[in-house]
Design a binder for this molecule. Structure first.
Ligand SMILES: C[S@@+](CC[C@H](N)C(=O)[O-])C[C@H]1O[C@@H](n2cnc3c(N)ncnc32)[C@H](O)[C@@H]1O
Length: 240
C-alpha cells in the first residue's frame, strides 16, 4: 500500500494561528517536507517547528531562487519546473514505499501556495488530504486591525507580478484590494497607487503575525519589500 500525501496550511506565521487539526497532523507525521529559500530555515517549518515530533524525518526543498529571477524570465519557468519535478520525485520515493509525507505550506495551501505544484504532480498517483490554513492576508488585516470588506464590497486579490498596465486596470474595478508578492515589484505598485490617488489609503504589512511584524501607512513603506509583505487597501465604501 502506498503512503498518503498530507498538505498542511500552517497559517500566516504566528504558531498560535495554526489550526488544531494542523497541529494534530504535524505532531504525528513521520516525514515532514517543506520549502525554503537558500540560507533560510524555512518559514513554514519555523511556524510548525514546535509541533513537529523530535524523531520526524525532514525533507527540505531549497528553492533555486525566490524574488531574484522575474516570473517573466524564461529561466524562471524552466528551473522552477525542474525544481518541483525533483521535489515530487523525492516525495514519491517515500509514498511508494508506504510512508505518509506531510508537506507544510505558509498560509492556506491552495491560495498561491507552492504546495499546489506538488499536489498537481502527485495527487493522481497517491491518496491526498488537504488541511486548510489561515491565509496570510487574514493574518495581516487582523494584525493591522483593518476591517476590509462588508456588505456587497468586492475584494480583489492581486499578485504584483502582473504587468503595471494590468495592475492599474484591475485596481480601478472593485472596492478592496490585497496586493501580494511585492519584493522587487514595490516601485511598480507605488506608481499604480499614486497615479490612482489611492496611496494614502493603503497599509503596508511586513511579516504579518510574526514577532518582526511591521505595519505602516503605504507612503512610508520601503522601496524594496521583503518576500513576506503585502499591501492592503480596505473597502467599506458604503458603511452602514
Ligand atoms: C506564494 S504566496 C503564498 C500565500 C499563502 N499560501 C497564503 O495563504 O497567504 C506568498 C505571498 O503571500 C503573502 N504573505 C503570506 N503570508 C504573509 C505574512 N504573514 N505577512 C505578509 N505577507 C504574507 C506575501 O505577499 C507573499 O509574497
Amino acid at each position: 500500500m502506498t503512503g498518503k500525501l498530507v498538505i498542511i496550511g500552517v497559517g500566516p506565521g504566528d504558531p498560535e494561528l495554526l489550526t488544531v487539526k494542523a497541529a494534530r497532523h504535524i505532531a504525528s507525521a513521520p516525514i515532514i517536507a517543506y520549502f525554503c529559500a537558500a540560507n533560510s530555515a524555512g518559514r513554514a517549518y519555523m511556524t510548525a517547528k514546535a509541533y513537529i515530533a523530535p524523531d520526524a524525518h525532514l525533507l527540505q526543498f531549497v528553492y533555486p531562487f525566490t524574488t531574484g529571477v522575474a516570473v517573466t524570465d524564461a529561466r524562471y519557468m524552466r528551473e522552477i519546473r525542474e525544481f518541483y519535478d525533483h521535489c515530487a520525485r523525492e516525495m514519491a520515493v517515500h509514498l511508494d514505499e508506504g510512508r505518509d509525507v506531510t508537506l507544510l505550506c505558509e498560509g492556506d495551501p491552495f491560495l498561491y501556495g507552492s504546495a499546489m505544484y506538488l499536489h498537481d504532480r502527485l495527487s493522481e498517483r497517491f491518496e491526498s488530504e488537504i488541511v486548510p490554513g489561515v491565509t496570510g492576508m487574514s493574518g495581516c488585516w487582523s494584525a493591522a486591525r483593518l476591517p476590509m470588506v462588508h456588505g456587497d464590497d468586492i475584494l480583489t486579490v492581486l499578485p504584483c507580478t502582473l504587468s503595471e498596465a494590468r495592475l492599474r486596470q484591475l485596481t480601478q474595478a472593485g472596492d478592496a484590494f490585497v496586493f501580494m508578492k511585492l519584493g522587487r515589484n514595490m516601485p511598480k505598485l507605488r506608481r499604480v497607487l499614486t497615479a490612482l490617488g489611492l496611496a494614502a489609503s493603503a497599509i503596508y504589512v511586513e511579516h504579518g503575525s510574526r514577532p518582526q511584524q511591521r505595519i505602516v501607512p503605504f507612503p512610508e513603506a520601503p522601496e524594496r519589500a521583503p518576500y513576506f509583505s503585502m499591501v492592503l487597501l480596505p473597502g467599506r465604501k458604503r458603511v452602514r
